[in-house]
Design a protein around this ligand. Structure first.
Ligand SMILES: C[S@@+](CC[C@H](N)C(=O)[O-])C[C@H]1O[C@@H](n2cnc3c(N)ncnc32)[C@H](O)[C@@H]1O
Length: 252
């Protein structure tokens, strides 16, 4: 079978452990406390199956999603049709992209910052800068290597008699280039039919202090803060175990 991002239905089950309305509440808390502009439009980078789309549209936001996978975009398009939402789904590469209109908020979830080297990382921030209004926020969920890439995580979820066992692991490739290979491997039991699907990607690690230096060096962004567990009352500096940290920067 092809890779995970060509299988949106299984992908959706794998990451269905999230409290999506709760995460949209956190977006809105960020807007309230840290955005310098009113937020009406949002852009999700690496939107995949667009898990937050329905909740965002329900709350009145104009949703834009960008992804490289046509299968994922089609899945999101079908979802938007089902809920009767008017959204903008774009086939594009988060490293270098543009939009027809600027947006008020940009976000990226589950460590999906797919850049392989420093040059791609800089291009990515240039692209985000060009599409985000001044005073607007960019929220990154994970994306920074607060823990080592070799950590391994496994979990199992069953939905509608489809059982999926997932393992996410990382293997260092080049310590000087800060590259590692991330593998998401799933074992599926779909009503008795078994599949093994693997998604492998090379990523450039971004370390916390490096991220702060990087943001300081950018003329068009400032650091706002970082928190643990999608919870603005949990400062990352005080965390004993880091899990699903979010980072906020602002366009200046
Ligand atoms: C882990 S999924 C995240 C999907 C969704 N945002 C979520 O919260 O579940 C990562 C997504 O990033 C997309 N992706 C990978 N590389 C990309 C790139 N260079 N540009 C745009 N999207 C990319 C994949 O196709 C996939 O849909």
């Amino acid at each position: 079978m092809s890779n995970l991002y060509d299988n949106p239905k299984y992908y959706e089950i794998v990451f269905s452990f999230r409290d999506i309305p709760g995460e949209v509440d956190v977006f809105e808390e960020c807007f309230k406390h840290f955005s310098l502009i009113p937020v009406k439009s949002v852009l999700e980078l690496g939107c995949g199956n667009s898990p937050h789309m329905e909740e965002l549209v329900k709350r009145g936001y104009q949703y834009n999603g960008l992804d490289l996978s046509k299968a994922m975009l089609e899945y999101s398009r079908q979802k938007a049709l089902r809920i009767g939402a008017k959204v903008n789904l774009i086939h594009g590469n988060m490293i270098d992209f543009s939009l027809d209109a600027v947006v008020d908020f940009v976000y990226i979830t589950l460590g999906s910052l797919y850049v392989r080297n420093t040059s791609e990382l800089m291009k990515h921030f240039d692209s985000v800068s060009a599409v985000l209004k001044k005073g607007g926020l960019y929220l990154l969920d994970w994306c920074i290597q607060f823990t080592l890439s070799s950590d391994k995580e496994t979990w199992e979820i069953e939905k509608e008699r489809i059982k999926v066992n997932t393992t996410v692991s990382g293997k260092d490739i080049n310590p000087i280039e800060q590259t590692f290979e991330e593998t998401i491997a799933i074992e599926v039991n779909d009503h008795g039919k078994h599949h093994i699907i693997t998604e492998k990607n090379v990523k450039r690690a971004i370390y916390p202090q490096e991220f702060l230096c990087l943001v300081r060096s950018l003329k068009d962004f400032e650091f706002v803060g970082w928190w643990n567990n999608w919870d603005l009352s949990q400062l990352l500096e005080q965390a004993t175990k880091i899990d699903r940290p979010i980072t906020l920067i602002r366009r200046i």
